[in-house]
Design a protein around this ligand. Structure first.
Ligand SMILES: *[C@@H]1O[C@H](CO)[C@@H](O)[C@H](O)[C@H]1NC(C)=O
Ligand SMILES: *[C@@H]1O[C@H](CO)[C@@H](O)[C@H](O)[C@H]1NC(C)=O
Ligand SMILES: *[C@@H]1O[C@H](CO)[C@@H](O)[C@H](O)[C@H]1NC(C)=O
Ligand SMILES: *[C@@H]1O[C@H](CO)[C@@H](O)[C@H](O)[C@H]1NC(C)=O
Ligand SMILES: *[C@@H]1O[C@H](CO)[C@@H](O)[C@H](O)[C@H]1NC(C)=O
Length: 458
C-alpha cells in the first residue's frame, strides 16, 4: 500500500484516497481491536491533561514562535518532508495551559456544552421521514456542489435519503431560516477547519446559504488551503480551511497530501491558527485521519528529519491538546464562537446492523431504527478523550455531537453514486460494495442537519 501511495506523485485523488485508507484502516482496527485498545489505555493513563507531578514525563508548551530554537528557522512540514530517522517515543507530551483557569469564571447562565433552552438534549432523538420540508435545498441548484457528494447527479435513484428530519426527543430544532442565518452572519467570517468530512459540511452550508444571494453578489475563491465563499451585501464569508490533523503536518496541501506517512509537528498549531484566528465563528473537526497507526511526530526542538512514532490515537490527543491550548489562550467566548464537531461515523460493515450479511452501506435505503445503535467505526476511547479536552475549555467551545445521530444513517453515504477519480477495474465494477464510499455523506442529506444544529446554537 505504501508503495502504491508514494508512487502517485500528482495525486488529484485525495478523497478517493482517504476512502481507500479508511477501508484499510477499519479492516486493521477490526482485526486488531484488542491490541489497539490495550495500547490506548496505556496511552491515556500517562497522558492525563493535567500534568501530574511525574518526573518521567516531559511536557511541552505548544505554539513556540517558529524560530525560537537554536536561532535557525524551523523547517515547515510539507508533502516532501520525510523522516530520515525514527526514534522511540520520548514520552514528551503537550501541556494544555489555560491562563484564566485560576480566575473565577463569571457564571455564564448560557452554560457551555449543548443547548441553552431548558435541558433538552438535541442530539438525542430519531429520524422522521418528512418529504414536505426536506430537503432544505436542491442538489442541482447549487453551483458549488462537489462531485464527491452529488449523489443524485451520479445516478442515485432512491431519494428518500434527502427527506429525513432530525427530531430530538424532548424539543424541536429551530427551523432552518436562511434569511435569519444570513442576519447572524452579517459582517462576520464563518470558518470550517478540518478534513473532508468538515469540507462536506461546509459545502452543505454554502449550498444552503447561496440560494438567496444574487449570482453577481456572490463569489467563490479558487480551491486552495483556504477556500472562501463571499456574499457581498452581507459583508460575510463562509470559509473552509484544510487542516485534517489540526496541527502542522505534511498533509496540509488540500490536493497533494500524503496518507501513508503522516508527519505532524504536535507543538505547532500556529501555522493554521494564523489563518483561522480572525474568524468570528469557527467549526473544527478531526478524527478519521488518526484512525491508522502509526503517526510520525517531529518536535520543534528536534533536529531536522528526526521523528518519533506514536499510535494514531496518541497523536490525536497531542493535536487536540495543542489546539485546546490555542483556544484557551485566544478565545473570548463573548467575541468568538467555537464549535467542535464530533466523529463522523462510517458504515463499512453491514454485519454490524444486519448480522450475517457481508456488505457495507451499498444499497442501504433506510436509516437504522435501533435506538442507540453504535458501530465499530466510532471509537469510544477517542470520544472520551475529546470530551475531556472540550470540558476543560468550558464555555469557550460548544460541542456539535453528530456521532449518534449520524450512526443511524447507513443510507446517507454516496456509496457508488459519486465521481471516482481512480479508474475502476472491471472486477471492482462487478462488486459495487468493493469501491463504495461509506465515509462521506450525500448532499443534500445528513450534513444539512449538522448545519441545522449549528444554526440552532448560534
Ligand atoms: C411523501 O411521502 C408520502 C409517504 O411516503 C407519499 O405518500 C407522498 O406521495 C410523498 N410526497 C411526495 C411529494 O413525494
Ligand atoms: C426568517 O427570519 C427572518 C429574519 O429574522 C424573519 O423576518 C422571518 O419571519 C423568518 N421566517 C420564518 C418563516 O420564520
Ligand atoms: C466587513 O466585515 C469586516 C469583518 O469581517 C469588517 O472589518 C469591515 O469593516 C466590514 N465592512 C463593512 C463595509 O461593513
Ligand atoms: C535529515 O533530513 C533533513 C531534511 O529533512 C536534512 O536536512 C538532514 O540533514 C538529515 N539528517 C540526517 C542525519 O541525515
Ligand atoms: C456525544 O454523544 C455520545 C452519546 O451519543 C456521548 O457518549 C459522548 O460522550 C458525546 N461526546 C461529547 C464530546 O460530548
Amino acid at each position: 500500500m505504501s508503495q502504491r501511495w508514494s508512487s502517485r506523485k500528482k495525486s488529484r485523488l485525495p478523497l478517493a484516497g482517504l476512502l481507500f485508507m479508511l477501508v484499510v484502516t477499519v479492516m486493521i482496527l477490526f482485526n486488531e481491536r484488542t491490541i489497539h485498545q490495550i495500547h490506548f489505555h496505556a496511552a491515556t493513563s500517562h497522558s492525563q491533561i493535567l500534568p501530574q507531578a511525574s518526573s518521567t514525563f516531559n511536557f511541552v508548551k505548544p505554539n513556540l514562535p517558529a524560530n525560537i530554537n537554536l536561532g535557525a528557522p524551523l523547517e515547515v512540514l510539507d508533502r516532501f518532508s520525510r523522516c530520515n530517522s525514527t526514534k522511540k517515543y520520548s514520552e514528551k507530551n503537550i501541556r494544555l495551559v489555560d491562563p484564566y483557569e485560576e480566575e473565577e469564571e463569571e457564571e455564564d447562565s448560557s452554560g457551555h456544552h449543548g443547548p441553552k433552552e431548558d435541558q433538552c438534549d438535541v442530539f438525542s432523538g430519531k429520524w422522521v421521514f418528512d418529504n414536505s420540508s426536506y430537503p432544505l435545498h436542491k442538489e442541482s441548484d447549487c453551483p458549488y456542489m462537489s462531485d464527491q457528494l452529488a449523489c443524485q447527479k451520479h445516478g442515485r435513484k432512491d431519494l428518500d435519503y434527502q427527506h429525513w428530519r432530525w427530531q430530538p426527543h424532548s424539543c424541536n430544532l429551530n427551523r432552518w431560516n436562511v434569511t435569519d442565518m444570513w442576519e447572524k452572519l452579517r459582517g462576520k467570517r464563518l470558518m470550517f477547519v478540518g478534513d473532508s468530512l468538515n469540507r462536506g459540511q461546509w459545502i452543505s452550508m454554502v449550498c444552503l446559504l447561496q440560494s438567496v444571494i444574487p449570482r453577481d453578489k456572490q463569489s467563490m475563491s479558487p480551491n486552495a488551503h483556504l477556500t472562501i465563499f463571499r456574499a457581498e451585501d452581507y459583508n460575510a464569508t463562509v470559509e473552509f480551511l484544510w487542516a485534517p490533523l489540526l496541527v502542522e503536518s505534511n498533509s496540509d496541501d488540500p490536493v497533494n497530501h500524503r496518507l501513508d506517512e503522516r508527519i505532524i509537528r504536535p507543538d505547532s498549531v500556529l501555522k493554521h491558527a494564523s489563518k483561522w484566528q480572525h474568524a468570528d465563528i469557527l467549526i473544527f473537526n478531526t478524527y478519521l485521519w488518526w484512525r491508522q497507526d502509526p503517526v510520525k511526530i517531529r518536535w520543534s526542538s528536534e533536529e531536522k528529519g528526526s521523528c518519533e512514532e506514536v499510535k494514531g490515537a496518541e497523536g490525536m490527543e497531542m493535536a487536540m491538546n495543542a489546539w485546546a491550548d490555542w483556544i484557551a489562550n485566544n478565545v473570548d467566548p463573548k467575541k468568538k464562537r467555537v464549535f467542535f464537531v464530533t466523529m463522523s461515523p462510517t458504515h463499512q460493515w453491514s454485519r454490524e446492523w444486519n448480522p450475517g450479511s457481508e456488505g457495507n452501506c451499498y444499497g442501504e435505503k433506510k436509516p437504522i431504527e435501533e435506538e442507540s445503535y453504535w458501530g465499530s467505526g466510532s471509537d469510544i476511547q477517542t470520544m472520551r478523550m475529546v470530551k475531556r479536552v472540550l470540558e476543560r475549555l468550558g464555555p469557550k467551545v460548544s460541542v456539535i455531537n453528530i456521532t449518534q445521530l449520524s450512526e443511524y444513517r447507513k443510507d446517507g453515504h454516496p456509496s457508488v453514486y459519486r465521481k471516482f477519480w481512480e479508474p475502476l477495474t472491471k472486477d471492482r465494477l462487478n462488486k459495487p460494495a468493493s469501491y463504495s464510499d461509506c465515509t462521506h455523506w450525500c448532499v443534500p442529506g445528513v450534513p444539512d442537519v449538522w448545519n441545522q444544529l449549528l444554526y440552532h446554537f448560534l
